[in-house]
Ligand binder design. Structure first.
Ligand code: MN
Length: 232
């Protein structure tokens, strides 16, 4: 068999402390999963079930620790914003997963940025239209290396932060998630068969804001290190 053109290389992430790479299948994202962020977006935080959207796997931008990755300012927006997030990597297949057993499906964790064309997202949201133009554009998912779950036993209580040009913009803790990692996996797996290689961006805390060309964003999570990107 021959392809009509060369298929793209598989998307993969570095693994901390290893030369092995983690092949990415799908990228799911949770909306409004921290109460203070739900409020800043104009919503009352609630225990309504979590909702999900997705990015294409090739929207990821793998970022090496200790380097500054270049991320292009996207077309068609005047309000390009940062969202620092804990990313969960799935390592075992499952549907209808019980929250109490969800950890068995977690391979590891990474620091990610759910970059957003906020003006487009809000216009689409207000018209009841899908969010792809606001969320699923090229290079919208900078992400650091994966750390195996066993290496970060305290991740559910870790601090999470983002600085822009050295000034703190976002600072919270994973313990403030409305829906925990286990609960998020339980909900998502009622709609999709989760497979090894799937990633879940778990939502951003408060403090989201606009960035422009030249800005340097540095974000981190305790136990997972930091990633840095420059908007070009
Ligand atoms: Mn987000």
């Amino acid at each position: 068999m021959t392809f009509v053109f060369a298929p793209p290389a598989p998307v993969s992430l570095a693994v901390a402390g290893s030369t092995d790479r983690f092949p990415v299948r799908r990228v799911y994202c949770v909306g409004r999963n921290y109460a203070a962020h739900a409020r800043e977006m104009g919503f009352d935080p609630s225990r309504d079930p979590p909702f999900f959207f997705a990015k294409p796997a090739d929207a990821l931008v793998p970022v090496s620790p200790g380097s500054i990755a270049e991320v292009p300012y996207p077309s068609a927006t005047q309000d390009y914003q940062h969202e620092i997030e804990l990313v969960v990597a799935i390592g075992r297949r499952g549907a209808g997963i019980d929250a109490a057993r969800a950890q068995e499906h977690v391979w590891g964790y990474a620091v990610g940025l759910d970059m957003t064309r906020r003006d487009l997202q809000l216009a689409l949201r207000d018209k009841g239209r899908p969010w792809e133009l606001g969320k699923a554009f090229d290079a919208s998912g900078p992400i650091g290396p994966l750390t195996p779950a066993a290496g970060v036993p305290g991740i559910e209580r870790a601090g999470i932060w983002l600085n822009v040009n050295g000034e703190t913009r976002q600072r919270s803790a994973i313990s403030h998630l409305i829906w925990s990692v286990g609960e998020t996996i339980a909900h998502l797996s009622t709609y999709f068969m989760l497979e090894p290689g799937d990633l879940i961006f778990t939502g951003t805390p408060e403090g989201v804001g606009k960035v422009v060309r030249g800005d340097v964003l540095t974000g981190g999570i305790d136990g997972l290190g930091e990633i840095s990107v420059r908007i070009v």
